[in-house]
Write a protein that binds this ligand. Structure first.
Ligand code: PLP
Length: 383
């Protein structure tokens, strides 16, 4: 673990719950993603963590932002992103958001239904649009399939309709699901895109934009079975070369959320209570599914460590981890093996930079984790 991160986590003055975020790690991941997929354009998925400092970092490095709402558009503009470096991959957009995107010259937006194309044509006439394909999400820990995306036939019909409505159909997007553990998921999805791309060309559409979404996983450094960004990048670039007509492709867009910021964050919590129930040992933490650990409720297995100098000497026990609120759904994980934990001990959740504070609410009065930002211009900054 980085020395500065370690000292902040072990510092008794660091209050809990806190989300400690190392900007040096975000920069390394930014460079790593683009090195693994040379020539690609990075549009950071703001939803993962909309901290203004992260957005500013991406914009300063020449990247773009992927937004889902009017509020995210405001944040992107505040961070200094021009409309030309913003895309919207949320298939469902309200009229006020569409009108504002149109006004700001947002580069392009997605659609996956005739209704959405008609809405875009009315409120953001002439926009560049890309169609979201439904692709196999089985390789991911948090699948997004079902809610969005169309099949090849419908995609072609949407391209035709977009043209009839005076829009500019430029390409395709997909999402393989969050924390995707199979590089093949991207390769297979790109192959499908290639088929649609060629069929669209046959109908007179000149596509030039391929958006391979997010899904880049965190955690290879502690779980070697999780693919590296280089392994995924190799599969992506190979599939792009094979399946997408080289002369057409102007923009290969990436929309990393977790893959950019996940590993940069660690969530520090305190154990505030203990109980034995029906043979299970329960630990109650000062952060739970409402105030920071919502992803665990969606089935994301947390990676958690005990922060104690004598951790190695304590016997290992199996615990149920729960949040502090009065709701019985506020259970973070079961069967978590940790060195024996006492009330007052501190635990740290790894890979917590994405979808923690962004998802959190202060239900029951339990606070959203405080921010601690490290290595922002090489200085420690506590907000
Ligand atoms: C359209 C879109 N793009 C990108 C992302 C970011 O995904 P991830 O954090 O898995 O990289 C998401 C996440 O839900 C998404 O819906």
């Amino acid at each position: 673990m980085d020395v500065l991160m370690d000292s902040v986590l072990r510092d008794a003055r660091t209050v809990t719950p806190s989300l400690v975020l190392d900007f040096k790690v975000i920069k390394e991941h930014y460079d790593g993603l683009l090195a693994a997929m040379p020539g690609a354009s990075l549009f950071y998925a703001v939803k993962a963590n909309a901290s203004p400092q992260i957005l500013a970092l991406v914009v300063e490095r020449g990247g773009g932002l992927e937004i889902a709402s009017l509020a995210e558009l405001e944040r992107a503009l505040d961070a200094g992103a021009p409309g030309s470096r913003i895309i919207c991959s949320n298939p469902i957009k309200n009229p006020a958001f569409l009108e504002r995107m149109h006004h700001e010259g947002v580069y392009a937006m997605t659609a996956d239904s005739t209704y959405e194309l008609e809405k875009i044509a009315r409120h953001a006439p002439g926009s560049r649009v890309y169609v979201r394909l439904a692709v196999d999400n089985r390789g991911s820990v948090l699948p997004l399939a079902g809610k969005f995306g169309v099949d090849a036939e419908e995609a072609l019909a949407l391209f035709d309709l977009a043209r009839e409505l005076g829009l500019d159909p430029i390409g395709l997007s997909f999402h393989v699901g969050s924390q995707c553990l199979s590089a093949n998921s991207w390769a297979n999805a790109i192959r499908t895109c290639g088929e649609v791309w060629r069929a669209a060309a046959g109908r007179g559409h000149r596509l030039n934009f391929l958006d391979i979404g997010g899904g880049f996983p965190a955690g290879h450094y502690h779980t070697p079975s999780i693919p590296t960004v280089n392994e995924i990048g190799a599969a992506v670039m190979d599939a792009v070369r094979r399946y997408i007509p080289r002369e057409d492709l102007d923009i290969l867009a990436l929309e990393p959320g977790r893959g950019l910021v996940g590993e940069a964050g660690r969530l520090l919590v305190s154990v505030v209570g203990k109980a034995r129930r029906g043979g299970d040992e329960w630990l109650y933490l000062d952060a739970g599914v409402f105030n920071g650990l919502m992803e665990t409720y969606e089935g994301f297995p947390p990676v958690v460590r005990l922060l104690a100098d004598d951790a190695g000497e304590r016997p290992v026990r199996s615990y149920t981890l729960a949040g502090p609120s009065c709701d019985s759904c506020d259970v973070v994980a079961r069967g978590v093996e940790l060195p024996e934990v006492h009330i007052g001990d501190r635990l740290v959740f790894l890979d917590a930079g994405a979808y923690t504070n962004e998802y959190a609410a202060a239900f029951n009065g339990f606070p959203i984790p405080r921010w601690v930002a490290l290595n922002v211009e090489a200085e420690r900054l506590v907000e």
